[in-house]
Design a protein. Structure first.
Length: 196
């Protein structure tokens, strides 16, 4: 057993898309199979960890983006602009919490590296850009245009359908300077990754 080898802490990573995580539109239910699987895993892990007397800690991940990301929203934006096309955002009114992966990594390292007293229950729900997807697209457009020196066309659709919760964000706004993170450098690295 883990206790026999000196383990006294259990560190869970979770998702803002789990049930009862983050903040936003009520009820805070899991709204995807992935969110459901993370909810069930967290409940089981916490149950057994508490029975074993472990310190239980949880780090809840929002929407990371940056170099080497799985091509998703920001990757679509950059690829579209680098092809000289106009990006179209069909769900601009969803409010989500997007975080540069470099900031997320620093927050995670600091959280894991801390030494909490035995029996402590800790959690961190790191937040960076809690805003609408339309606002995030404009933010990415502004940073990209500044660095690639060309217009980055952007059109926002008229979203009327909300099959997912309208708002789901994390609640712990990070102090980037305390973590030694540079927003400018992060955007430089993000754009350089796509232009390389």
């Amino acid at each position: 057993m883990l206790q026999d080898h000196g383990c006294g802490r259990l560190m869970l990573t979770g998702s803002v898309f789990e049930a009862n995580e983050g903040a936003g539109s009520a009820p805070l239910r899991a709204f995807s199979p992935y969110g459901l699987s993370k909810s069930l895993t967290a409940a089981a892990a916490q149950f057994y960890a508490e029975r074993a007397g472990f310190t239980v800690e949880k780090f809840v991940i929002p929407n990371p983006f940056g170099p080497y990301e799985v091509p998703r929203f920001t990757g679509y934006l950059m690829t579209t602009w680098l092809n000289g096309e106009t990006a179209r955002v069909q769900t601009p009114r969803y409010v989500r919490d997007n975080i540069p992966v470099s900031l997320l990594a620093k927050a995670y390292a600091a959280f894991v590296g801390a030494s909490p007293p035995p029996g402590t229950v800790r959690r961190l729900n790191p937040s960076c850009y809690p805003e609408s997807q339309g606002a995030l697209a404009e933010r990415v457009r502004r940073e990209a245009a500044l660095r690639i020196g060309r217009p980055c066309g952007l059109e926002l659709g008229a979203q009327t359908d909300f099959p997912e919760p309208p708002v789901r964000i994390n609640a712990d706004l990070l102090d980037a300077s305390a973590l030694g993170w540079s927003e400018t450098q992060a955007w430089d690295e993000f754009v350089a990754y796509y232009t390389a």
